[in-house]
Design a binder for this molecule. Structure first.
Ligand SMILES: Cc1cc2nc3c(=O)[nH]c(=O)nc-3n(C[C@H](O)[C@H](O)[C@H](O)COP(=O)(O)OP(=O)(O)OC[C@H]3O[C@@H](n4cnc5c(N)ncnc54)[C@H](O)[C@@H]3O)c2cc1C
Length: 409
């Protein structure tokens, strides 16, 4: 286990600088155009694939960095480049993590490469959990998966919503109910392979921000997938369901639900790192602007009213990064999040991105309000960071429960 260090090592710095180059030279110049087009930016993802930045190898390398800082460092740089394009490049990772955390070695080896494709034939993947009536309340999920033993197939029916890359993905990972009696413990994840009949894209959402990222409903009608598409396999599922039934019979439902929430905790620092990247980008624009914009015969940064805002912005960004790095290191080191440290990092970084980008707009005055400058886009992009992967309210709920032990509602 690596010691926690606040300084990146030479290898990490080299990777960071390489990503920064891509973010500055490829993403920044393309960001406004793809935001306006509201289309999935295939050419940008293809460019990332050509240099190995959009690839299974790259993410695996960062994921297995023993310091835990590889992923947050990479994400901060990409999202400093642009959040919409950043999500287009990293959205597949959510589905890949779904397979990594629940799949067998064989499933990981079979499906994750198909999620990325290769540099000549780039693919993306989608993770489909949310539903119209099951957002924060995951237990309200209705999409049903029923086992057809005669054909060793699972039959999936339901409607997923808000799926990043939904409908354009080569591989969809779908969470469905296999035992409605067990609440969230009766859920399982399935691979829906490329070209499976019955899966279609529903509405594609027109969004406030991250508009280069594709977000859509995914409709599943009588979707049949082979038995081997159940992540983790049937034997493991049957054992898990039997244990959950025993616990439920013994009145241990709430404890089981909390254990499931703890699993979600692990992916949150990565989302926090994205928010840090957006906040840093807006702060840099504002700092530069404040030093060059002259009013009343002096740069506006000469006024404490402006300079103190920048001081607060920078302080919050650094604090957010520290929370993200701590949580990422803890996750890599196998340290349990006893005080919901993953949620803390996502909550604070998401709120920081929203407030820092708003302050940046204010510092740019009228220019901040126009699309001639990037901060209004950054502010629109930042707004999702208090909503997806658990809203700020849900993060507070998780933290409050963890620190108090009280099942606060
Ligand atoms: C752009 C985008 C991309 C997304 N990508 C994906 C994806 O790839 N895959 C996927 O599965 N999902 C995805 N989501 C879904 C996202 O995770 C949900 O939107 C989010 O979990 C919130 O659910 P909801 O929208 O149904 O809001 P709701 O759960 O209806 O919440 C509405 C409001 O009520 C508050 N609230 C709800 N319950 C409580 C409570 N107990 N205490 C206090 N406040 C509460 C919430 O905080 C929120 O402010 C995405 C969403 C968006 C917008």
């Amino acid at each position: 286990m690596a010691e926690f260090a606040l300084e990146l090592n030479d290898d990490q710095k080299a990777v960071r600088d390489w990503i920064h180059g891509f973010a500055a030279d490829v993403m920044r110049p393309a960001a406004a155009e793809w935001d306006e087009r509201e289309e999935f930016p295939w050419p940008v993802v293809q460019e990332a694939a050509k240099i190995g930045l959009y690839s299974l190898d790259f993410y695996a390398q960062q994921f297995f960095d023993p310091t835990g800082l590889g992923i947050p460092m990479a994400l901060e740089e990409l999202f400093w480049g642009d959040a919409g394009l950043g999500l287009a490049i990293t959205g597949t990772a959510l589905a890949a993590v779904g397979v990594l955390s629940n799949g067998t070695d064989e499933q990981i080896g079979t499906w994750i490469p198909q999620m990325y494709g290769d540099a000549d034939d780039v693919k993306v993947a989608a993770f489909c959990s949310s539903e119209p009536d099951a957002g924060s309340d995951v237990a309200a999920m209705r999409t049903r998966a029923v086992y057809d033993g005669a054909r060793d197939e699972w039959v999936i029916d339901g409607t997923k919503t808000w799926a990043t890359n939904g409908g354009i993905a080569n591989v969809h990972v779908v969470v469905a109910v296999v035992d409605p009696e067990l609440g969230p413990r009766g859920h399982a994840s399935f691979i829906v392979p490329p070209g499976t009949a019955g899966l279609s894209q529903g509405q594609k959402f027109k969004k406030h921000g991250i508009r280069a990222s594709h977000t859509a409903e995914v409709v599943l009608r009588d979707v049949r997938v082979p038995g081997h598409c159940l992540l983790g396999g049937k034997e493991k599922l049957d054992e898990r369901l039997a244990r959950a039934r025993e616990r439920a019979a013994a009145g241990g439902g709430e404890r089981v639900k909390n254990a499931a929430m703890a699993t979600f905790e692990a992916s949150r620092p990565a989302v926090g790192a994205q928010a840090v990247g957006i906040a840093r980008a807006a702060y840099e624009v504002a700092l530069d602007y404040a030093q060059t914009r002259v009013q009343f015969g002096r740069p506006i940064i000469d006024n404490q009213g402006v300079a103190f805002q920048l001081a607060d912005m920078r302080t919050r960004i650094d604090a957010a990064r520290l929370l993200v790095w701590r949580a990422s290191w803890m996750a890599t080191a196998g340290k349990p999040f006893t005080a919901a440290e993953g949620s803390m990092s996502k909550l604070f970084a998401g709120e920081t991105a929203k407030s820092v980008t708003a302050q940046a707009m204010q510092i740019l005055g009228g220019n901040g309000y126009t699309r001639e400058y990037p901060v209004e886009r950054m502010h629109r992009d930042a707004a999702i960071y208090t909503v997806f992967e658990g809203t700020s309210e849900i993060q507070r709920l998780v933290i409050a429960r963890a620190v108090s032990g009280v099942p606060i509602r």
